[in-house]
Design a protein around this ligand. Structure first.
Ligand code: HAM
Length: 429
């Protein structure tokens, strides 16, 4: 037992998300849920920890996320367990376990864990929302998935949103390309950055993703997977690009886009924002993983999906409009007659479908008005002695500039008055 009285804090790379900030998170998730459920994706909830083999096999035995960043431990029965560093491998594991009808379209949100060096936009516990579609290799599903990711970010007005796409080929053409890349890198080994000079052979494709000037210069003339696609991959790639352009999405083809997890085949994509620091500018990414389900022990099954980083989305939004997405309750009740009128009124409003908050501890008018201000409610409902005696309430706008906007209304008219104001606020914003 820890008898130390020193103040305890959240572990490095994690943070508490307090209200009202947490309201923005709720908003992100509810908007995402609406978008993907309208497209036929159902919510999937998987454990936060899995048998380590799920990620070792799924993400890749040699992948940095598995070898360096995963939180793993042995449970009391000696099993090797890992906190999930991402969800896609868990989705594949759940697919293998439950064998649902295909196409299986699911969405999820929740925390992921990676032991990375924390910095702005990079945490050890971070949150993702994502969607996956398993069981079809139709290029139209690639287009659907990518356009959902795009439409969501676009609906949030993410500043400088950009979409990059690439194809990483498949088990037929990737090895041929890999050989060509290895031979190129071998002859440019001495020009690579210090890290890749040592370890480029472990994952040659990752060198293309390295942002350091040495690697960027050394790989300028490197071969691209797109020039090595086999006929079926080429056909798939062409159909995906045409589909995306047909929807009017502004895509740029980036042959350097390789992604950080080993399961990808064919289509890969990433979305970035100019509102983020360039080293961590990806708000989300994804791609196809036609071999993943088999790696986890299931039948050959195609799959594609994406995940969005919630902290990154919020940082990107903040860079252009900091207060966006935070709403207070519809009304804040200020009670100057002891407090139980506020109990009755807030309950009445809540039962009628409006959100309402109040102050406690019979505070002064000034203190209650300050609390109302902090709550961000656009309207206060005041009950004082006069109101109580005449069965009325005073309704006052909290928006700056319209302090004259105060009326006394009969208690029976309060709901319609609040609804009228809420509608006017919505129309005005
Ligand atoms: P990922 O690129 O590793 O892909 O992560 C997706 C997004 O999660 C990133 O673009 C970023 O916004 C956010 N993210 C990643 N690591 C961190 C971190 N340490 N701190 C804050 N945000 C972070 C995947 O995870 C795949 N499962 C995506 C996918 C789904 N592919 C197919 N289906």
């Amino acid at each position: 037992m820890d008898s130390d009285k020193a103040q305890l804090r959240a572990p490095t790379g994690t943070r508490d998300i307090l209200p009202p900030e947490s309201a923005r998170w709720e908003m992100l998730v509810s908007r995402f849920a609406r978008l993907v459920s309208h497209a036929g994706y159902g919510l999937l909830m998987t454990p936060l920890f899995e048998d380590t083999a799920v990620f070792a096999r799924g993400v890749g035995q040699q992948n940095d996320v598995v070898t360096k960043e995963m939180y793993n431990f042995h449970d009391k029965a000696g099993r090797s367990i890992s906190l999930r560093p991402e969800v896609t491998a868990s989705v594949a594991r759940a697919f293998v376990q439950h064998r649902p009808q295909t196409p299986w379209k699911v969405w999820y949100w929740g925390p992921q864990f990676r032991y990375e060096r924390p910095q702005a936009g990079r945490y050890r516990q971070f949150y993702q929302m994502g969607a996956e579609a398993l069981g079809t290799s139709d290029p139209e599903i690639d287009v659907e998935v990518i356009s959902l990711a795009w439409d969501y970010c676009a609906s949030l007005d993410i500043p400088g949103l950009a979409l990059r796409v690439n194809s990483l080929g498949d088990a037929t053409c990737r090895p041929v390309y890999r050989e060509a890349l290895v031979s190129y890198l071998r002859s440019h080994e001495h020009e690579l950055c210090s890290e890749h000079k040592e370890r480029w052979q472990a994952n040659p494709l990752r060198v293309l993703d390295c942002k350091r000037p040495d690697c960027l210069a050394a790989t300028e003339g490197a071969p691209h997977q797109l020039d090595y696609l086999c006929d079926p991959c080429q056909e798939h790639w062409k159909a995906v690009l045409e589909g995306l352009l047909g929807l009017g999405l502004e895509v740029s083809v980036d042959p350097r886009l390789v992604r950080g997890l080993d399961y990808y085949t064919r289509t890969t994509f990433e979305m970035s924002s100019l509102g983020l620091h360039s080293a961590q500018d990806a708000v989300g990414g994804g791609g196809r993983y036609d071999g993943l389900v088999e790696t986890i022990g299931g039948p050959p099954t195609a799959g594609i999906g994406f995940s969005l980083g919630m902290e990154r989305l919020l940082l990107a939004i903040d860079s252009s409009s900091p207060e966006e997405l935070v709403h207070g309750p519809d009304a804040f009740v200020v009670d100057l007659v002891g407090g139980s009128e506020a109990t009755r009124l807030t309950r009445e409003l809540r039962r009628a479908g409006l959100s309402a908050d109040r102050a406690f501890d019979a505070r002064s008018l000034r203190a209650q008005m300050r609390a109302a201000d902090r709550s961000r409610a656009p309207t206060v409902v005041i009950v004082g002695g006069e109101e109580l005696a005449s069965d009325t309430v005073t309704v006052r706008s909290m928006r700056s500039g319209d302090s004259q906007d105060q009326v006394r209304v009969p208690r029976t008219d309060l709901l319609s008055e609040l609804r009228r104001r809420a509608k006017a606020t919505k129309e005005g914003s």
